[in-house]
Design a protein around this ligand. Structure first.
Ligand SMILES: Cc1cc2nc3c(=O)[nH]c(=O)nc-3n(C[C@H](O)[C@H](O)[C@H](O)COP(=O)(O)O)c2cc1C
Length: 194
């Protein structure tokens, strides 16, 4: 059966470098037989930016955020996918604020019990496509750790594609054949589940 992959776009620049790399990964994943979906985290409506810590999600039987807005709806649909890919430029050695808003709402996909964490994300693949202007060290590696460690905690699989030294000019990465090939390999890998 085709693997379902959702790419979550976190760059505020729709013609930027991260979107160019994500495009290469999505095309390769589709060509490998995956069913690809997209969420633009920068264009979701919200009543509050991120999580407000109300903990209502912990009291309800389903895995959903209590706030009725675009962010909550997008997050509630994530477990329908086999692979969830955060696509983000490095901002201050981390995610963009737009990705972080969605990520914090993913608290609603976990139930924290005395016996541990239960989550529909268990067994899924949590993946990262990170694009930075600087080197991997002290930039992309810090970002990667912030997704790899939670993936381990949730007993999810993890994969990443880190692209350093990307231009600050939007979209220039599309001309970088090696970077595009690396992103395409990542897309194929996610589609194959390897
Ligand atoms: C607010 C801001 C913060 C940034 N912080 C970092 C950083 O900490 N490390 C890094 O390697 N690049 C940093 N960059 C560079 C971007 O990651 C880089 O230009 C990337 O290609 C932008 O991707 P985009 O074209 O998809 O928006 C920063 C850029 C901006 C605008």
């Amino acid at each position: 059966m085709a693997r379902k992959i959702v790419f979550i776009h976190g760059s505020p620049r729709p013609k930027g470098n991260t979107r160019a790399a994500a495009g290469a990964a999505m095309r390769a994943a589709t060509a490998t037989g995956a069913a690809v979906a997209e969420i633009d985290a920068c264009r979701l409506d919200f009543r509050a930016p991120g999580c407000i810590g109300c903990h209502k999600c912990q009291a309800r039987p389903d895995y959903a955020c209590a706030m009725e807005d675009g962010l909550a709806k997008a997050v509630a649909g994530l477990p329908e996918h086999d692979v969830i890919v955060m696509c983000t430029p490095v901002y201050w050695m981390s995610w963009t604020a737009q990705i972080k808003m969605l990520l914090d709402r993913m608290y609603s996909l976990c139930k924290f019990t005395p016996d541990g964490i239960s989550s529909p994300l268990r067994g899924r693949t949590l993946a990262l496509l990170g694009v930075g202007g600087g080197p991997v060290e002290d930039n992309l590696d810090l970002l990667e750790r912030q997704w790899r460690v939670p993936a381990e905690l949730l007993e999810a699989r993890f994969d990443s594609c880190l692209i350093p030294f990307a231009s600050y000019e939007p979209g220039v990465l599309a001309q970088d054949a090696a970077a595009m090939a690396k992103a395409a390999d990542f897309g194929r890998r996610l589609a194959a589940g390897s």
